[in-house]
Design a protein around this ligand. Structure first.
Ligand code: CO
Ligand code: CO
Length: 369
């Protein structure tokens, strides 16, 4: 069994589950390296908390491809379109969990499993009890191993190279939408498998909206422009924001920028093993509050980053879990003044053995183009 799958199995056992049933989605890729196209045909990995090998129930047309790419001992129960999945699921459940309905609950991904799969489980094991697997998997995925960190560093290097190549396009008279397309192209040209999310170009007053949708607004001299983008490399995401000035900004804009940069620095400086997301948030937020702009910092300081752009931990009040080495997340304080402008500076940070390291190294001083 893969080390990650084995680790999950051990945790399922200690946490009192009969086992887990996983969807052909991101957690299964994390655990096994297997990749699937999203589809309607029932495909499930059944993992017992005891020592029986994992079971895959899958459509006949996927069997050879999956069998060839599986790197651990698994048993396969394939079904054809003509017969449907229930017979294969029945024998698969029996192979994984023994005859009869499991006495303990089965963990399933509440955020990924569809009613279709849940109903199929209930049909073949009437009275089956299920619970949420997401918290445990989020916990396991939060701490990255060396291999994952290498991929994240590559995702960061790609987006920073793209951002550097993109900067000369930023000038008065170009629309946010046109710039967004150029940035997308730059990210792909730099070697990304895709963008982590639809990039954001928020100019002038639009920058006061943290979740601005790119518009046809043309950049003007005096604008601050928030650029938020990321690259995916072999499944791993980067996420960076820089705020650029189009021409010399007015003194207030520069003042706001300096406050956000100080908050970003304070947030990153607070990152070390054992610190909580709440403490990092407080470190960044207190700088902005002390400067009198607390009400203009309208979102959390950051979020976990990895196979998805938003995962655990949340860097926000109430997030009290001590962070362990290998945990990756963003630090992205901002100030948003409706009708005027906004500033956000976002970095990707990893907790290390003795402190922390910013994976993003793109210059943070205000760039004026
Ligand atoms: Co971002
Ligand atoms: Co972010």
């Amino acid at each position: 069994m893969s080390a990650r799958l084995e680790h999950l199995r051990e945790r399922l056992q200690t946490d009192g589950w009969a086992g887990a049933v996983l969807m052909p989605a991101i957690n299964l890729t994390y655990l096994t390296g297997l990749r699937f196209h999203p589809g309607k045909r029932l495909t499930l990995l059944l993992l017992s908390a005891s020592d029986t090998p994992p079971v895959m129930v899958l459509p006949q047309l996927e069997l050879e491809r999956v069998r060839a790419s599986v790197t651990f001992a698994a048993r396969f129960f394939a079904w054809s379109d003509a017969e449907g999945p229930l017979k294969a699921l029945t024998t698969g459940m029996e192979a994984a969990f023994g005859a009869g309905v499991p006495a303990k609950p089965i963990a399933v991904e509440h955020s990924a499993m569809r009613v279709m799969e849940l109903r199929a489980l209930e049909a073949v094991a009437p009275g089956i009890r299920t619970g949420d697997l997401d918290p445990l998997l989020s916990e396991l995925r939060m701490v990255k191993d060396a291999e994952e960190l290498l991929l994240m560093e590559r995702a960061v290097a790609i987006v920073e190279q793209a951002l550097q190549a993109f900067l000369p396009h930023i000038r008065p008279g170009v629309s946010e939408r046109a710039l967004s397309r150029m940035l997308s192209e730059a990210i792909l040209a730099a070697g990304a498998d895709g963008e982590s999310f639809a990039n954001m170009i928020a100019s002038g007053p639009n920058a006061a909206n943290p979740h601005h949708e790119n518009s046809d607004r043309l950049l003007q001299t005096g604008d601050l422009v928030i650029i938020d983008c990321g690259a995916v490399y072999r499944g791993y995401h980067s996420d960076i924001t820089r705020t650029i000035a189009v021409g010399e900004p007015d003194p207030v804009a520069r003042h706001i920028y300096d406050i956000v940069l100080a908050a970003n620095t304070a947030g990153r400086d607070a990152c070390r093993p054992g610190v909580s997301g709440a403490a990092i948030d407080a470190a960044a937020r207190s700088v902005i509050e002390a400067a009198g702009y607390g009400a203009a910092f309208v979102h959390r300081t950051g979020h976990g980053l990895g196979l998805e752009t938003h995962e655990l931990p949340n860097i926000v009040a109430g997030s009290d879990t001590p962070l362990r080495p290998g945990t990756t997340f963003t630090v992205e304080p901002g100030i948003y003044l409706p009708g005027q402008y906004g500033v956000r500076i976002e970095d990707d940070v990893v907790i290390t053995e003795y402190g922390s390291r910013s994976l993003t190294t793109f210059p943070r001083e205000l760039i004026v183009v």
